[in-house]
Design a protein around this ligand. Structure first.
Ligand code: NAD
Ligand code: TDX
Length: 338
């Protein structure tokens, strides 16, 4: 099997490529990535090998000629495109939405047109943020039939991309699946995101930063569990379907932050309250029963504290990977007062 992985130099994509190459000797991978501020070659080091199972192409998913050239190398019977590439940080989208429109909407449109022309299988990676927020005491969680109610420039562009995929399936019979996953954590996540920001703040003598009251809830899943679900959906899922991926990992931001502080031998109350994110979604929560019941998928990283400890160890051991990104990320936060 040959895979074309868009956004494979980013956090989830790089972990996906690493797992596939390690676990599936019959699979080869071409990564297409623009290497924006969020994607680095360093996330893919060590994968070049003489057997030619891995290749990185630096390029943009909005480049229609490049997209169709890469898709033309794939066999519609056996191969697939896995579409991770996107602008992904909510705070960046609030400051400057334009790149989100371009990469997430026009980019997904360009990917769709390339796979439509060759009738190649597509898996589109999306987020639970398209469903908007839940109240803290709401018993219901998001399911495949939840209404789309995105609240931020990021989530509305991801929602737009999902709608394009749905309509390409219906109108053109595209062989595509969609997954909407909750908040990921693990190695190679950019230091702008919540968990790596706090870990690297502490490692660089800065203070941890909590937005607003910290009562906001996210549903955490280890990146390897997200990726094992993507593989199952791609290989065994029903074409045309949406699957929600989550691991029953709901936690409020304050407790996640205090766990990080404790695991890193700091006083759990030693953090700064900073200005809240405008329009901050209160709670996300996924009901993953369809994925579990239909495809038999189960998460492996069910001990969140153990997963956090491993993630902290990874950031301690890989300062050369994140240090070049840290100053610029913190300069952006300083400018926003967060
Ligand atoms: P990331 O920001 O770490 O990586 C995104 C990658 O896409 C980067 O390597 C970047 O260079 C590349 N990219 C961006 N625009 C591009 C373009 N126009 N052309 C080519 N490459 C481009 O993001 P991530 O956290 O790995 O997220 C990957 C996907 O998973 C996204 O679609 C995101 O919406 C989705 N998702 C993320 C999470 C999460 O918690 N991080 C949860 C659910 C879904
Ligand atoms: O310093 C911080 N302090 C803080 O309290 C940062 C960076 C964040 N937060 C809060 C905001 C959120 O409630 O932590 C929570 C998580 O923030 P992010 O890591 O920015 O993630 P979120 O906004 O929830 O979106 C993430 O999950 C869904 C990804 O960035 C998206 O790409 C994905 O689709």
């Amino acid at each position: 099997m040959r895979l074309l992985v868009t956004g494979g130099a980013g956090f989830i994509g790089a972990n996906f490529v690493r797992s596939i190459l390690a676990q599936r000797p019959d699979t080869s991978v071409t990564v297409l990535d623009a290497l924006t501020y969020a994607g680095t070659r360093e996330s893919l080091t060590g994968l070049d090998s003489p057997d030619g199972r891995f290749r990185l192409v630096q390029g943009d998913i909005t480049d229609a000629a490049l997209m169709s050239e890469l898709v033309a190398n794939l066999d519609p019977e056996t191969d697939a495109v896995v579409h991770f590439a996107a602008e992904t940080h909510v705070d960046n989208a609030l400051a400057d939405p334009e790149p989100f429109l371009r990469s997430n909407v026009i980019g997904t449109f360009t990917v769709l047109e390339a796979v439509r022309a060759r009738r190649v299988r597509l898996h589109h990676v999306s987020t639970d943020e398209v469903y908007g927020e839940l109240a803290l005491d709401e018993p219901r969680r998001f399911t495949e039939t939840s209404a789309y109610r995105p609240s931020s420039p990021y989530s509305s562009t991801k929602a737009a991309a999902d709608l394009l995929v749905h309509s390409w399936v219906r109108s053109y019979g595209l062989h595509a699946t969609i997954s909407n996953c909750s908040n990921n954590y693990g190695p190679y996540q950019h230091v702008e995101k919540f968990i790596p920001r706090q870990i690297t703040n502490l490692l660089t003598g800065r203070r941890a930063k909590l937005y607003g009251s910290g009562a906001h809830v996210r549903d955490w899943i280890h990146v390897d569990d997200h990726n094992s679900a993507v593989w199952q959906i791609m290989t065994r899922g029903h074409v045309g379907r949406t699957y929600l991926i989550g691991a029953d990992g709901e936690r409020d931001n304050r407790s996640v932050l205090q766990t990080i502080l404790r695991l890193m031998d700091h006083d759990p109350d030693d953090f700064d309250h900073v200005a809240d994110r405008p329009g901050h979604d209160l709670r996300y929560a996924i009901d993953p029963s369809a994925l579990r019941n239909e495809l038999g998928w189960t998460p492996q990283h069910t001990d969140f504290e153990a997963g956090l400890r491993d993630t902290i160890d990874w950031y301690r051991a890989n300062e050369s990977w994140w240090a070049p990104l840290k100053e610029a990320a913190e300069a952006r936060y300083t400018a926003w007062g967060r």
